[in-house]
Ligand binder design. Structure first.
Ligand code: TXA
Ligand code: MG
Length: 325
């Protein structure tokens, strides 16, 4: 199969309605779409990504009220939807009958999101609700450009709708509203502070209840290492690539270049460039990417979550706390 690069929504919608797979831009990252009601297409989507079938998908809707046909949108969930949709927030809701089990990975709940992106909304209006995970091969950094989608999925999907680089660059924040008090299952582009919810941790059971967090994630082809002391880490591994702040680069005499990425000055900029930076640095073929940790506030908390998971992908299963890998 050859993968078409499309600019028009009508062509993309026709492919989806015929059971095909089309990657499309959102304000967070590119998603890989299949019609949510088409169980066969959704099955092909899992295969194209190499995604484990026990990891459920987010269903995207054109308008906030479209969520009501998929899940029970009431109480706090309805308040959150009213405040933050369209936007980078995914709500886990009790599923209505009719959402195919393959989308939900057999769970009684469904993840729903209304993206804040004109092209995505036009596509959803034309093709209906789309089940769409991030459009990367399973385990890899998410794609924030059409080219990054092609780098992972060329020949495995029918088309990519090119909408240029994604504005936010980091996935949506996932909030469980399926029962009890709402809790964050995955940090993302909507900061926990804006939601007024605590950061996920062992106390909220985030990793237990969000199936996807068990799997290998966000990892480029070369190891990511979080290092407290960049100077000594570089002393041990002088040919490693580096992802650091300007003050670290200045202190160590590093200048930006193919193997040195200097973070943007603010947390929003860092979130937006994270995946592109990881994908660029992996192409150097250096033995590792060394990353000093960022302070865990605002969007940096989500950026650090992704970096920790990328780094954990290269450690033995026991050290990463994942019994399944
Ligand atoms: O910004 C985003 O969220 C992007 C764009 C394309 O919308 N999508 C995305 O999808 O990041 P994906 O599949 O890469 O991540 C979805 C996350 C996974 O961690 C998955 O386990 C979780 O949402 N999830 C989906 N359905 C769930 C459910 N019913 N219960 C708990 N977690 C769920
Ligand atoms: Mg993903």
């Amino acid at each position: 199969m050859s993968t078409a690069l499309l600019r028009g929504v009508a062509d993309a919608a026709a492919i989806l309605l015929a059971g095909g797979l089309v990657a499309f831009p959102t304000e967070t990252v590119y998603g890989l779409g299949a019609c949510a009601g088409d169980a066969a297409a959704v099955g092909r989507l899992f295969n194209a990504k190499g995604r484990p079938r026990d990891n459920p998908l987010i269903v995207h809707v054109a308008q906030p009220d479209g969520a009501e046909a998929l899940g029970l949108l009431a109480g706090t969930a309805a308040d959150l939807a009213a405040r933050f949709w369209p936007g980078p927030l995914t709500l886990i809701l009790p599923a209505r009958d009719g959402v195919p089990a393959v989308v939900r990975a057999g769970l009684p709940t469904v993840a729903v999101r209304c993206p804040d992106h004109a092209l995505a909304q036009a596509l959803l209006t034309a093709a209906g609700p789309l089940a769409a995970p991030s459009a990367n091969r399973s385990g890899r950094p998410s794609p924030t450009t059409a080219q990054a989608v092609l780098d992972d999925l060329e020949g495995r999907i029918e088309a990519v709708l090119d909408g240029g680089p994604c504005r936010l660059g980091l996935e949506s924040t996932v909030v469980d509203c399926s029962g009890g008090a709402p809790s964050i299952l995955r940090l993302g582009a909507l900061p926990a502070e804006a939601l007024g919810l605590p950061l996920p941790g062992p106390a909220t059971g985030g990793s237990r209840r969000s199936p996807g967090t068990r799997h290998r994630h966000y990892a480029p082809a070369i190891p990511v290492r979080l290092v407290a002391d960049l100077g000594s880490a570089l002393g041990r591994q002088p040919d490693a690539a580096v992802l650091c702040r300007a003050e670290d680069a200045d202190r160590l005499g590093l200048s930006p270049g193919p193997a040195v990425h200097v973070w943007a000055a603010d947390d929003r900029g860092r979130a937006a460039e994270l995946y592109a930076a990881l994908r660029r640095l992996e192409r150097t073929g250096r033995p590792a990417i060394l990353v000093p940790p960022l302070p865990e506030s605002g969007l940096d908390a989500a950026t650090m979550d992704r970096l920790r998971r990328a780094a954990a992908a290269d450690r033995p299963a026991a050290a990463a706390g994942d019994p399944r890998r």
